[in-house]
Structure formats: structure tokens, C-alpha cells
Design a protein around this ligand. Structure first.
Ligand SMILES: *[C@@H]1O[C@H](CO)[C@@H](O)[C@H](O)[C@H]1NC(C)=O
Ligand SMILES: *[C@@H]1O[C@H](CO)[C@@H](O)[C@H](O)[C@H]1NC(C)=O
Ligand SMILES: *[C@@H]1O[C@H](CO)[C@@H](O)[C@H](O)[C@H]1NC(C)=O
Length: 295
């Protein structure tokens, strides 16, 4: 009898102890539920205080020279006067948000699980200037049961992290690289969330870490889809020295790439090398926050 009572006690203690020992990763990475609090008064103040130029410097160029001033003015007006911030916040909080601490960074992410235990884990990597909101319209549908073209049922456990330094993820040290983000995303998928294998999709800058996952973590990254390939074609000098001749489509793509490098990549150089020295950084920063809220 006494032995039995002790056994019961032991089991009781064990079952109390289990939740903490059963999820060692969650403890190690401090996995927490996260609730978005936009503080709408602060958002409105920030946007109201953003002084836009009175008139465009180059009116004839309009949107070809950057965002059109009239568009920006009307967005500012809408966000200050009629935008329903509490409704937006409630809609964002309709997703399951979490934070985890990985390599000293707080990483924010959405994790929407499908009901099917065989659902495919899928990490969606957003770019810049953007945010997890890029994927807002598709997250729920990907987690729902659907049919493939061959009538197999399919659904996804969708994970959408915020890039380090964007939205609710903390900023990395200055020497941080895209491959560091790939490693953190790999830790998030395999260690924090416990997925042995997963698929990845990336857009824009999100293609950098997505490609890193595809290249360096082949045991766990089993499928990859990129909205752009995060490297450039060879220059015409390189093609020449390698004796490579291009067909007409390749030549067109080569010309497009060279034109972009010549006239379209200034912001890229600026943000790659002088990120804290952009005179308009606060202006860009405000617009970034605005953009984040308008997917
Ligand atoms: C899938 O199901 C649809 C509707 O039931 C059917 O018309 C189609 O032929 C099926 N496709 C395959 C590949 O079995
Ligand atoms: C990068 O910077 C951090 C913090 O300043 C430092 O701890 C780390 O050793 C650096 N990493 C490399 C690879 O230099
Ligand atoms: C390219 O062609 C030239 C002339 O035929 C040759 O000398 C050179 O080695 C070739 N280069 C490569 C990389 O194949």
C-alpha cells in the first residue's frame, strides 16, 4: 500500500516535471506567444509628424524616379485620418505569433499549423522593404487542406519569420550576414519547432537566406522555391573570357542585368555599405513602418 502510494506520488511528480523536460528546446530558445501591440496613437503621431516635401523635385518623372509624392501624401492622409488601426491590429493578431531567442536575437515569427499530422512544414522568407505581411493573404489557405493536381490531399505548417532587425525581430550585430540568417532560420525550423525536414520559399531579400538553407542544410531543406535567384549573372567581360556565347533570351537577360547594375542598384549599394549614413534614413524608416502595415 505504502509502496503503491509512493509510486503514485512518483508518477505525479514525474507528470508535473514532464512539461518542462519534454520540450527542452522550447526552454532553451525561450519560445513565447507574442501579441502585436501597435500603440495606434504612437503610429498616428509618427506618421503625422513625417514632413513630406511640398512639391516633387522632378514632377515629369513621377513614379519612375521613386514613389510618387501624391501617392505618399494620400497614404499619409489616410493613415492619419481614416485608417482603422485597432481593426488592423486585431486582424494581425488573428495569426499565431511567437518569439524565440536564437543566437542572442529575438526572432518573431508566425506559426500556423495545419490539422493534418502529415502537413509539410514550410518556411516563407520575406524580403526588404517588406515584412511578414507579404504573406498575410496566403498563410491561412496554405494551412488548409487542399488537393494537388494529382488529387493528393496536401496542407502546410506555415512559418513566417521576421528578418533580423525588421518588424518585431531584434537587430543583429553589424557583421551579420545572410548566411547567419539562414543558420538562425534553420535553428528555428529544426530545433525550436522540431521539424526534421521542411520546404522553403523566398521573395526578394528573403531569397538570400532561402538559398542558404537550400545550399547548406540539404538534410533538412527538402524543397526550395525562389521568386528570385540571389546572385547576378556573369558580366560581359567574364562571359568573354570564358568563351561563353548567349542565345537571344540569355542576351536579353544579360542586358537587363547590366542595365540594372548601371542605373537601378544605387539603393542596393547604399543599404549594403552605408546603412547608417543615409540622409533620409528617418524618412525611409517611417515609410518602412507604413509599408509594413499595408500588405
Ligand atoms: C482529380 O479529381 C477530379 C475530380 O474528381 C478528376 O476530374 C480528375 O481526373 C482527377 N485527376 C487525377 C490526376 O486523378
Ligand atoms: C560579430 O560581432 C559580434 C558582436 O559585435 C562579435 O561577438 C562576433 O565575434 C563577430 N563575429 C565575427 C565572425 O566577427
Ligand atoms: C577561350 O578561347 C581562347 C581562344 O580559343 C583560349 O585560348 C582560351 O583558353 C579559352 N578560355 C577558356 C576559359 O576556355
Amino acid at each position: 500500500m505504502r509502496l503503491h502510494a509512493l509510486k503514485v506520488l512518483a508518477y505525479a511528480l514525474l507528470s508535473v516535471a514532464l512539461p518542462s523536460t519534454a520540450h527542452p528546446y522550447q526552454q532553451k530558445y525561450d519560445l513565447q506567444k507574442f501579441h502585436i501591440d501597435l500603440d495606434s496613437r504612437r503610429m498616428v503621431d509618427l506618421i503625422r509628424q513625417t514632413r513630406l516635401p511640398k512639391k516633387p523635385e522632378y514632377p515629369d518623372l513621377r513614379a519612375t524616379a521613386g514613389i510618387d509624392l501624391d501617392v505618399l501624401k494620400s497614404m499619409q492622409k489616410q493613415w492619419v485620418t481614416s485608417f482603422d488601426w485597432p481593426k488592423e491590429q486585431a486582424s494581425l493578431n488573428g495569426f499565431n505569433h511567437f518569439t524565440a531567442h536564437i543566437e542572442g536575437l529575438r526572432i518573431h515569427f508566425i506559426h500556423e499549423k495545419a490539422s493534418d499530422p502529415d502537413a509539410i512544414p514550410l518556411i516563407l522568407c520575406h524580403g526588404w522593404p517588406g515584412s511578414f505581411l507579404e504573406f498575410e493573404p496566403i498563410i491561412k489557405s496554405l494551412a488548409e487542406q487542399a488537393q494537388t493536381s494529382t488529387n493528393k490531399s496536401i496542407s502546410f505548417n506555415v512559418v513566417v519569420p521576421s528578418l533580423p532587425g525588421l518588424a518585431f525581430s531584434t537587430a543583429p550585430p553589424a557583421n551579420w550576414t545572410i548566411d547567419d540568417t539562414a543558420r538562425v532560420y534553420h535553428t528555428l525550423m529544426t530545433k525550436v519547432l522540431g521539424y526534421k525536414t521542411f520546404a522553403v520559399f523566398g521573395t526578394d531579400w528573403g531569397c538570400g537566406p532561402s538559398f542558404g538553407l537550400y545550399r547548406d542544410y540539404t538534410a533538412s531543406t527538402r524543397a526550395a522555391h525562389f521568386a528570385f535567384i540571389p546572385f547576378l549573372p556573369a558580366t560581359s567581360e567574364e562571359l568573354k573570357s570564358d568563351n561563353i556565347t548567349l542565345n537571344s533570351l540569355e542576351a536579353f537577360e544579360e542586358a537587363t542585368s547590366e542595365a540594372w547594375l548601371t542605373t537601378g542598384a544605387a539603393y542596393f549599394a547604399e543599404h549594403s555599405t552605408k546603412v547608417t549614413r543615409i540622409p533620409t534614413s528617418s524618412y525611409v524608416g517611417s515609410i518602412n513602418i507604413w509599408l509594413m502595415l499595408t500588405a
